[in-house]
Ligand binder design. Structure first.
Ligand code: CTP
Length: 401
């Protein structure tokens, strides 16, 4: 799959550099032409001999090398590559990438690269969480670089948490996916709603639900990786987005989500509404905190606007509209009822009865029903894999309109 692809692999000075050897092996095995560029610090963690043996070519670190002082042409390297991957990307290198600090060959190559750049952060928990790192990551995404999210688990320091470099197999999968389907949604604009909504009762309380936003974010990431420009309208959620082609619009209430989605829809090719929007909100929001009393408290609720149904009314020829249905009984009947009443092209059904599916989980089990009543059942999968199934169906629909 990667046959003939020129990949520049930047290796920085972090303990995760030991995984770079296996990554080089996997890339070479997949047919890629790998040129390793190490930072000076990386030599303390892994030898150039290991990486050059695996990549079958000399590893570069300095601006010149060899007995005659041959120049390592960073501009040529950057111009000829199909993809640059920095793995591990340490806090130090991320900071240099964010500010354009060019004090080693890897940075000169990075600044010269005309190809897309992926980076796989690797650092300790507190370094990863530091505001400076967060700001640098934001800048790098803003520059159009693609982050390969770190994993959560035991870190070299003994601490547990986020910051561990993604496994070489995961990095390979991201690279393969980039080359395989990187352009199937190129030029398409996709609107995605995600997460819960919070409906205020008073200044400190709200009505909400258990939606985490994981499914919507996974769909947004997959669509962006395939070349789409994504607008993600998301209710309160701690799930982060990584791809630079995702424009994130944070909202709180159903009304705010309605305004953001209906305003954006006209310019979109596709809209996928995954949000668990509150169906009701308090008729009145108390201006001050409601005080505890010894009698029952009644809160009157009024319906919120159905965003998906409104988009179904606004839908023009050439636009694809996808809804979600979360059902607890008569699943297929209820879902196909929503498909018709909300004028959808297809609906993704998940049942809370299925083990491993639904809120807060990392897995989901879906059934897709389309306008022709074609029903496709999928196995229980990770939300990332489910996102791919949904985006495959979107791609098919977009190409058929
Ligand atoms: N939806 C929406 N706006 C709402 C309510 C729902 O956009 N105010 C969208 C959801 O994002 C989802 C779909 O509608 O894509 C189905 O939501 P669901 O709550 O299952 O259906 P409802 O139409 O609200 O019906 P019910 O709650 O009675 O099952």
């Amino acid at each position: 799959m990667l046959k003939g692809k020129k990949i520049l692999l930047g290796v920085c000075g972090g303990i995760a550099a030991y995984k770079s050897a296996y990554l080089v092996r996997l890339l070479v095995k997949a047919g890629a032409d790998v040129q390793v560029v190490m930072t000076p610090g990386a030599h303390q963690f892994i030898t150039a001999l290991t990486l050059s043996s695996l990549s079958k070519k000399p590893v570069l670190t300095d601006f010149s090398s060899g007995t005659q002082g041959e120049w390592n042409n960073h501009v040529k390297l950057g111009m000829e590559a199909d993809l640059m991957v920095v793995a591990p990307a340490t806090a130090n290198t991320l900071s240099k990438m964010a500010t354009g600090n060019c004090d080693n060959l890897l940075m000169a190559v990075y600044l010269s690269a005309r190809c897309p750049v992926m980076f796989a952060p690797a650092m300790d928990l507190d370094m990863y969480r530091h505001e400076a790192t967060i700001e640098n990551l934001g800048k790098l995404k803003g520059f159009g670089n693609i982050m390969i999210k770190p994993g959560v688990g035991e870190l070299a320091s003994g601490l547990e948490g986020e910051g561990r470099m993604a496994e070489p197999e995961e990095i390979l999968a991201e690279i393969e996916e980039y080359f395989e389907v990187g352009t199937s949604l190129k030029g398409k604009k996709i609107l995605i709603s995600a997460g819960p909504t919070y409906e205020a009762i008073d200044p400190v309380r709200f009505i909400g639900n258990h939606s985490s936003g994981k499914m919507g974010v996974a769909i947004a990431e997959t669509a962006a990786k395939r070349g789409a420009e994504v607008k993600l309208v998301i209710g309160p959620s701690s799930v982060e987005t990584a791809h630079p082609s995702i424009e994130r619009v944070n909202v709180v209430s159903a009304e705010e989500m309605y305004v953001a989605c209906t305003k954006a829809f006209k310019a979109m090719d596709v809209a996928i509404m995954t949000a668990a929007v509150a169906d009701y909100r308090p008729t009145k929001v108390a201006r001050e905190k409601i005080k505890k009393k010894d009698v029952a408290l009644h809160i009157e609720l009024e319906p919120t606007k159905d965003i998906l149904a409104e988009l179904g009314k606004l839908k023009k020829k050439g636009q694809t509209l996808v809804g979600f249905a979360l059902e607890t009984e008569n699943e297929l009947k209820n879902a196909s009822g929503k498909l018709k009443s909300k004028n959808l092209d297809f609906i993704v059904l998940n049942s809370l009865k299925d083990k491993g599916a639904g809120f807060q989980r990392d897995t989901n089990k879906i059934t897709i029903i389309d306008r022709n009543n074609k029903t496709t059942k999928f196995e229980l999968k990770s939300k990332q894999e489910v996102a791919k199934d949904i985006i495959n169906k979107v791609t098919e629909a977009v190409n058929n309109v």
